[in-house]
Design a protein around this ligand. Structure first.
Ligand code: JB3
Length: 213
């Protein structure tokens, strides 16, 4: 049976990809064409989706197979540079990278989310906030009002940004971290899990603890 759904290819077949597969399926917009991941044998199924090969197939998938949507299914555990590189690779080929929003995410009508953003279950983005390209707002994370979260950022599960916070591109906010109102976090910053951030953090810093230092 052919469907009139647009097709999408997923890069990566690990835990993050499994979460995204469920979001894609719940949205009912895309048909998942397959997974690219060198770690697995071609033909292996992950959450029912076949592994079809490695990233070197991307140009042919775009040009020959006319699949124009890609999903960055590789997560990040501290450093977002691989996600950034994969996003830039697929964009350079010409793919669109749809934002993926879990049906149980709470997303204000007045916030703006960019291409490639991934909002997981129970995440919240409050009014007038902005989320940059290829950024993950992971399970249960909260972005309160008037925040500005840059591109290629990972806000880990359960992390909380109070109102009017800024997070620079490439930064990583660890699981359960709390950022109090109005804090500015620079680019490529790593905030450890469970930290409480009460002061602005400069670019390229690595901080943790309560208060985070
Ligand atoms: O903590 C949470 C809720 N999620 C984590 C997520 C954000 O990051 C999760 O627990 C993991 O820590 C991590 O998820 P991810 O990236 O799915 O982890 P892992 O299970 O290691 O799977 C990564 C997959 O990406 C592996 O199968 C790699 O082979 C594959 N991979 C790595 N580099 C790649 C590339 N796949 C492609 N297509 N291209 C690559 O360059």
């Amino acid at each position: 049976m052919t469907t009139d759904k647009e097709k999408i290819i997923i890069l990566g077949g690990g835990g993050h990809a499994k979460v995204l597969i469920e979001i894609i399926r719940s949205g009912g917009i895309f048909e998942i064409a397959g997974i690219l991941d060198a770690r697995f044998e071609k033909g292996l199924k992950i959450s029912g989706v076949p592994v079809i090969g490695k990233d070197d197939l991307l140009p042919g998938i775009f040009e020959r197979d006319r699949i124009i949507n890609a999903c960055i299914g590789v997560g990040s555990t501290r450093d977002n540079s691989l996600r950034r590189a994969l996003y830039e690779k697929v964009k350079q080929i010409g793919f669109s990278v749809p934002s993926l929003v879990h049906p149980k995410a709470v997303v204000s009508a007045s916030c703006r989310i960019s291409e490639g953003t991934q909002l997981m279950a129970s995440s919240v983005v409050q009014p007038c906030s902005f989320i940059g390209e290829n950024t993950i707002i992971n399970t249960g994370a909260i972005i309160d009002h008037d925040c500005n979260v840059g591109r290629h950022v990972h806000i880990c599960p359960g992390a909380v940004l109070s109102g009017e916070c800024l997070v620079g591109e490439g930064s990583f906010i660890g699981t359960g971290a709390t950022i109090v109102n109005g804090i500015k976090i620079g680019k490529n910053v790593t905030i450890g899990a469970g930290s409480v951030v009460v002061n602005d953090i400069a670019d390229d810093s690595v901080v943790k603890g309560v208060p985070a230092r």
